[in-house]
Design a protein around this ligand. Structure first.
Ligand SMILES: *Cc1c(COP(=O)(O)O)cnc(C)c1O
Length: 451
């Protein structure tokens, strides 16, 4: 069997929340003056129900039927055995991938966008703001906002706005307003434009603009990764995968995923972590996060309190970070160009419950090409990081002769990233890895924040 049956009953009716099952409680979010951020503080930015979920200690959170109904247009997503990839690698490993790229925007991101927009519309809010890098998150917000008749303003990193028009077109088709960031619309944007009128922008700056806009206009802000409520919504991925891989009569030794803010990987591995925690796992399953060598948050960063954005408008979050002032080089995996990482995932890495590896972009695209030529799907550049790690694990299984079972998240397709593949095929793709001095400088600034 190559593909698990796509029956509606696979789609869960509740999300899983890892908070009660963490090895220690999550350090609180802080204001720059050291005060703890309260749920009331968060309600300025986020819908009330989302704030409740953010701090909830409930292990299970019901999925509203309106949200699940929309999920059913593309869920359950298929779990596929990568048999031709196994054959080409001549590995005894069995490789499975959960393919989130079949959603209308092409990634896992609508799993949370639909949920967030549902609660926002239910609370009577008519407009949301957000940021987007290459456009995966922005297009998911535009898509979800269209279902609930909510207006969406999306600050898009200027470099991507200019170089990658097709995601912008998709957002505009779904009715969103797209603004290149930094922009004249906000104080933060004007500040960065004054420094450099041709500023290429960054995810951190776009977050600053979207947050400022939401606070000043009484709109709500929606976030695509990092925070607990976002990761909770992504657990539909892992809950489905648990049932689906059992249909194959199998269970993973490794669960692998690319890590930007950590939402798609967490969505896949949390339910397996839960089974391990309560003694239901059939194996001592290991979890592996994969990041770009250009933005090595988990592998070369430190576990510190840092801002979520560049201008310092968000609360301080205890997480692995390479510093909010770090300028990620223009690599093609836009969704992985983030200086920090989800606080839950950071805590699990600190406790050694999750491991991390980093790869350069050429070797990642090489693995993506192999995947496209064996399995057919073109991976999103972000997802391709997971593919690279899986190929390495499969080759290791070949050397040791073990029938390792590997499950990974193919978090999106790359059909709107073909210019990146073109750069790869023509040899124009550059590597960019920060020096130790550069990281040390960025981290020194972060340490100053909490003394
Ligand atoms: C945004 C994105 C990611 C990275 O974000 P996470 O929150 O770490 O999941 C990974 N893959 C795809 C396809 C994305 O669009």
């Amino acid at each position: 069997m190559r593909k698990a049956i796509n029956a509606e009953w696979f789609v869960p009716t509740r999300w899983y929340n890892i908070l009660p099952d963490l090895p220690e409680s999550l350090p609180p979010y802080l204001k720059p003056n050291g005060e703890v951020v309260t749920p009331q503080d968060f309600e300025v930015l986020f819908a009330k129900e989302l704030v409740r979920q953010e701090f909830s200690q409930d292990r299970w959170i019901p999925i509203p039927s309106e949200v699940r109904d929309i999920y059913l247009t593309w869920r359950p997503t298929p779990l596929i055995r990568a048999k031709r990839l196994e054959e080409v690698l001549k590995t005894p490993a069995r490789i499975y991938y959960k393919f989130e790229g079949i959603s209308p925007p092409g990634s896992h991101k609508p799993n949370t966008a639909v949920a967030q927009l549902y609660y926002i519309a239910k609370e009577g809010v008519g407009r949301v703001t957000t940021e987007t890098g290459a456009g995966q998150w922005g297009s998911s917000v535009a898509f979800a906002a269209a279902f609930f008749q909510v207006k969406a303003t999306i600050y898009m990193v200027r470099a991507s706005y200019l170089q990658k028009p097709y995601r912008r077109v998709l957002m505009e088709l779904w009715g969103a307003e797209v603004i290149p960031s930094p922009s004249e619309r906000t104080e933060s944007g004007r500040k960065f434009l004054a420094e450099d009128p041709n500023h290429p922008g960054s995810l951190g700056i776009a977050i600053s603009e979207a947050v400022e806009d939401a606070v000043k206009t009484g709109s709500k802000y929606v976030l695509g990764s990092v925070l607990n409520h976002v990761l909770i919504h992504q657990t539909v991925i892992g809950l489905e995968a648990l049932e689906q891989i059992r249909q194959f009569g199998d269970y993973p030794d490794y669960v692998v995923g690319a890590c930007g803010g950590g939402s798609s990987f967490s969505g896949l591995f949390w339910p397996f972590y839960y089974e391990k925690k309560v003694g239901k796992s059939e194996k001592d399953v290991k979890f592996l996060a994969v990041e770009p060598a250009a933005v090595p948050t988990l592998t070369r960063g430190e576990y510190l309190y840092d801002f979520g954005d560049t201008a310092g408008l968000t609360p301080l979050i205890k997480m692995y970070t390479i510093g909010h002032l770090y300028k990620p080089p223009p690599i093609h995996a836009g969704g992985l160009r983030y200086h920090g990482c989800a606080p839950t995932l950071s805590l699990l890495v600190k406790h050694g419950e999750v491991n991390a590896v980093a790869y350069g972009q050429r070797e990642v695209f090489e693995a993506a090409k192999l995947f496209a030529n064996t399995e057919g799907f073109v991976p999103a550049p972000e997802s391709a990081h997971a593919v690279k790690a899986v190929v390495e694990l499969a080759l290791e299984a070949k050397r040791s002769g073990r029938e390792t079972v590997i499950l990974f998240n193919l978090s999106g397709h790359g059909l709107l990233d073909l210019s990146a593949y073109d750069d790869f095929l023509t040899g124009a793709m550059q590597e960019a890895v920060p020096t130790s001095e550069e990281l040390a400088r960025c981290l020194a600034e972060v340490r100053k924040l909490t003394g």
